[in-house]
Design a protein around this ligand. Structure first.
Ligand SMILES: O[C@H]1[C@H](O)[C@@H](O)[C@H](O)[C@@H](O)[C@H]1O
Ligand SMILES: [Fe+2]
Ligand SMILES: [Fe+2]
Length: 334
């Protein structure tokens, strides 16, 4: 018997980002003009990115082969990283994930602009990351700048700038860092050996569950990654915020939602979950990954010099067409 749906089941028959089109339908003609200007500014067509500037799939400036040996060396990582993952792998259960999602849905934790969020995040030191000694704001700007340097679309530069803002969760409802940062993995089915430190799942209660410990668990092959419950953290949190409150195309939303799902986009685990849409989304997530990872060695960006440029991008990506508020000024619900 198929298990009952236990978490958000997006209606895959509806066009993605239908929330935007829904708004446009109820709007006045002035609003519709504004939405159209905005859509063309973002080069968004039916919620999907068009090919503009340099193709997002065109090779990045980074030499992935050379850089690979430099980053994500978990075997050599310090105890801080190893302890982080031991705790995370023990505590990310189906039960916890249901609770976290439920809690998320019925609450607004803060109202802040994107730049306020960037500044607030800056005090966090990510315990899961073996590679960066830079602050969060520097990491975000480095990623964005690398995407910009390669001539990628403006919406993708925005993804670089915001992709880790979900780590703000740490200052709200989190139980620690284990439910905020680190790589993600599905819960509700067997933990794959390709997840880093796979041995640390043995104390996760779901490892002994008769259903969750089977290969497919509560899922069916081809169910689509959007229908899978990935361990709760900064990706999922920011994805929901952007889906509801931004004008970003679906490729951007996938980059945000799956950027930490290394077992999938980097190790080819869980391929059996994919549906047709995921083939395209995997390409997008992979196109983004080098900018997240390899930009960590670039020079330190000058925040105040770069800010005006990125505020213009935010104006487009977060333009509030209901109330006519510039994206940079918009107080988002966090
Ligand atoms: O340590 C890092 C960090 O927390 C990143 O923000 C996350 O996206 C990565 O997947 C993780 O390995
Ligand atoms: Fe991240
Ligand atoms: Fe990142």
């Amino acid at each position: 018997m198929a298990p009952a749906p236990i978490f958000e089941q997006p209606n895959v028959a509806e066009p993605f980002n239908n929330h935007r089109d829904g708004l446009a339908l109820e709007a006045t003609s002035d609003d519709i003009d504004q939405v159209n200007i905005l859509k063309s500014a973002m080069k968004v067509k039916q919620g999907t990115a068009t090919q503009e500037e340099k193709d997002i799939y065109e090779k990045s400036q980074f030499d992935a082969e050379k850089d690979k040996a430099q980053f994500r060396q978990y075997e050599d990582a310090c105890d801080r990283v190893k302890n982080f993952y031991r705790e995370q792998h023990e505590k990310q259960t189906v039960a916890y994930n249901l609770k976290a999602r439920n809690n998320f849905r019925f609450k607004t934790r803060a109202e802040m602009t994107i730049w306020e969020a960037i500044e607030k995040l800056n005090t966090l030191i990510d315990e899961s990351d073996p590679d960066t000694s830079l602050s969060q704001i520097e990491h975000l700007l480095q990623s964005a700048e690398a995407i910009r340097r390669d001539g990628k679309p403006r919406w993708m530069q925005v993804v670089g700038l915001i992709h880790d803002l979900g780590k703000l969760l740490f200052f709200f409802d989190a139980q620690g860092q284990w439910d905020v940062v680190g790589d993600t993995f599905p819960v509700g089915c067997a933990f794959d050996e390709k997840i880093i430190y796979p041995g640390t799942f043995k104390n996760n209660p779901d490892s002994n569950d008769p259903i969750y410990s089977t290969k497919y668990g509560i899922y069916t092959p081809g169910c689509g990654i959007d229908n899978v419950m990935l361990s709760w953290g900064h990706d999922e949190y920011l994805y929901h915020l952007c889906k509801d409150q931004s004008n970003l195309p679906e490729e951007a939303l996938a980059m945000i939602r799956y950027h930490s799902f290394y077992p999938w986009h980097n190790q080819e685990a869980y391929m059996w979950m994919m549906n047709e849409k995921d083939v395209k989304m995997l390409e997008a997530v992979r196109a983004f990954n080098p900018y997240d990872l390899y930009s960590k060695s670039d020079e330190v960006p000058k925040v105040e010099v770069l800010r005006p440029y990125y505020e213009e991008l935010l104006d487009e990506a977060f333009f509030d067409h209901e109330n006519g508020i510039r994206g940079r000024d918009r107080k988002l619900r966090w």
